[in-house]
Design a protein around this ligand. Structure first.
Ligand code: TEU
Ligand code: CA
Length: 556
């Protein structure tokens, strides 16, 4: 196993729109990030990943790019970007951009040209199909964000494919010219010194050109078998690696939509030269039974342990994962997997211990370092996320759920939960902006904010700092063999990890009660590396874990 810089590093994801607003127009921006670089450095993170910063009409907040080589004016200028990159590197951190190459914006000049006529040279940059016999869409594919994945173009009387919104037409990777355009855009940023890319929905780039109807199975299965993992995906990724990424000291982090533990190796086995690592959806979606806003199951620790184990075993020999418990597409991790009321602080810290001691690159999301929680939006007018809005509007037609129930579902699972402005202080709008923020600030900002936590040595923020710093000193946190104890216990997660001559034990209590854990023998030779409580109760051959207590012990 090769120990490269990105494996032991910690990635911090910035959602620029919500990070910090430097000019008070209510929208976070690049200068806002520059202002906070010292803060970011103080967290002991190594790599910054910026969600898309390119020109975009923002139908999906930048995941609909209209110019791959220009900065979104709301975020700043190319000079701002160059400064951000320089200042990031000066502090010894790396910068990774978000490449959205499965689709672009319908306002990209490629698409505007393509719509002009069937003979336009850009026509073939997209997927066009004739209507079905009845004039309807060519097949039954559904968009990730509701409704058909096909949109009719009156002028040419053909449909184009969009797996996301209709303002996000899918690009045709079959066309070598299109692939070169993407590679050129990557080189443009890599030549500036960018350290790599997070690759949005990359498993979707190769389509099944016969466009078979999707079978009547869950959406997740459809993604795996019909949308993702198309016949040429590996050929394209290998080409991208050889022609572009290999020529730089850069890495690629794949968003693994549609990849399961059995297919993951095909993408991240380093001998295959495709992608460097991926984050998968099994943990992120572990409470989502059948698609967002549908059925939600209660959090189940045994299920989570099983998922971690399954992926660990599958990628044990080769391949590399990034560990994420949250990002801009999911509700807040402390609200989903922890306890955002009485044990808010304890559970936020404990979740970090779990995340930071799984094998793989640690990937944290802005705001989780202060335990930001879900938000309650009081009416649909306050909702900003296109996925939530589409769900709501479609529901108005189908009347499947009452208006209240639809809003409740959005509040529970909607993406705006993770996108509310970062809470810097107890000042107006949490110190994010004195202008009207593009999305409401969580009302709890007076209590939960960076400034408060800077001053409290027991805060979540300072715990993140300690843990991220400590993690750099121990290879065993990142690599190593697992031995699990109490696997079937639904309330505690206990494992020992060994790497070279390092050995640690991690014990986590996921419940609101005290839990005694027996069978612990090495008591005389332990050292507490980290503990989210002041003390650890050891009794005989066991210990008592307090509610949401989490500890890392060093064992000789
Ligand atoms: O997300 C891909 C993806 O699969 C999401 O649609 C995910 O399923 C959903 O948000 C969870 O409910 C990526 C980006 O991370 C997301 O922000 C974009 O909207 C999407 O691609 C399209 O680019
Ligand atoms: Ca701004």
């Amino acid at each position: 196993m090769e120990l490269s810089w990105f494996k032991k590093g910690t990635i911090y994801q910035i959602y620029p729109r919500s990070f910090n607003d430097s000019n008070n127009d209510g929208i976070g921006d690049l200068r806002g990030i520059i202002e906070k670089l010292d803060y970011l450095k103080s967290l002991h993170i190594d790599i910054l990943w910026l969600s898309p910063i390119f020109s975009s009409p923002n139908d999906d907040n930048g995941y609909d790019i209209s110019d791959y080589c220009a900065i979104m004016p709301e975020f700043g200028t190319m000079e701002d970007f160059d400064e951000l990159l320089r200042e990031t590197h000066q502090r010894g951190m790396r910068l990774v951009l978000d490449l959205v190459a499965n689709h672009c914006s319908d306002e990209h000049v490629w698409f505007e040209e393509a719509k002009k006529s069937k003979n336009n040279p850009y026509r073939d940059y997209f997927h066009w199909r004739k209507p079905a016999q009845d004039g309807g869409p060519p097949n039954n594919w559904k968009s990730f964000f509701g409704g058909s994945a096909w949109e009719f173009d009156e002028a040419s009387e053909e449909y184009y494919l969009h797996l996301f919104t209709k303002k996000q037409p899918d690009l045709n990777w079959e066309n070598p010219k299109l692939r070169q355009e993407i590679y050129d855009a990557m080189r443009f940023w890599l030549d500036k010194g960018v350290d790599g890319f997070r690759m949005d929905v990359i498993p979707l780039i190769s389509k099944r050109e016969a466009y078979p109807d999707a079978p009547n199975v869950g959406f997740r299965k459809i993604i795996e078998d019909v949308y993702a993992n198309g016949p040429k995906v590996h050929e394209y990724l290998n080409e991208m690696k050889r022609e572009v990424v290999n020529h730089y000291d850069a890495f690629s982090l794949a968003e693994g939509v549609g990849i399961n533990h059995e297919t993951a190796g095909l993408y991240v086995d380093c001998d295959r030269e495709e992608l460097d690592m991926l984050y998968h959806f099994d943990i992120l979606e572990c409470t989502i039974v059948n698609g967002k806003f549908e059925e939600v199951s209660a959090f189940d620790l045994t299920n989570m342990k099983t998922i971690f184990k399954r992926w660990r075993d599958a990628l044990h020999e080769k391949g590399w994962l990034a560990n994420a418990l949250g990002n801009h597409d999911f509700a807040r991790m402390v609200s989903r997997f922890g306890n955002d009321t009485k044990y808010w602080s304890e559970s936020a810290k404990m979740l970090l211990i779990m995340q930071a001691t799984q094998n793989g690159t640690l990937n944290i999301y802005q705001g989780d370092e202060i335990g930001m929680t879900n938000i309650v939006l009081d009416s649909i007018e306050e909702v900003r996320d296109v996925q939530s809005l589409n769900f709501y509007n479609e529901n108005l037609k189908t009347k499947r759920y009452s208006v209240n129930s639809a809003l409740e579902r959005i509040n529970k699972e909607g993406r705006d939960n993770a996108r509310t402005p970062l809470q810097w202080s107890d000042e107006i709008n949490g110190g994010f902006s004195v202008g009207e923020p593009w999305l409401k600030v969580n009302a709890n900002y007076k209590r939960i904010n960076v400034k408060n936590q800077e001053q409290d040595k027991n805060s979540i923020l300072n715990f993140y700092r300690r843990l991220l710093k400590t993690r750099k000193q121990y290879d065993v946190f990142v690599y190593g063999d697992f031995e699990e104890l109490e696997f079937d216990n639904p309330n505690i997660y206990i494992y020992e990890k060994t790497y070279a001559n390092e050995k640690i034990m991690v014990a986590l209590n996921f419940s609101v009660g005290d839990i005694d854990f027996k069978g612990f023998s090495a008591i005389s030779n332990i050292e507490i590396i980290l503990n989210n409580y002041e003390e650890l109760v050891i009794n005989g051959d066991g210990m008592t874990l307090k509610p949401y207590q989490g500890i890392i012990l060093k064992i000789d």
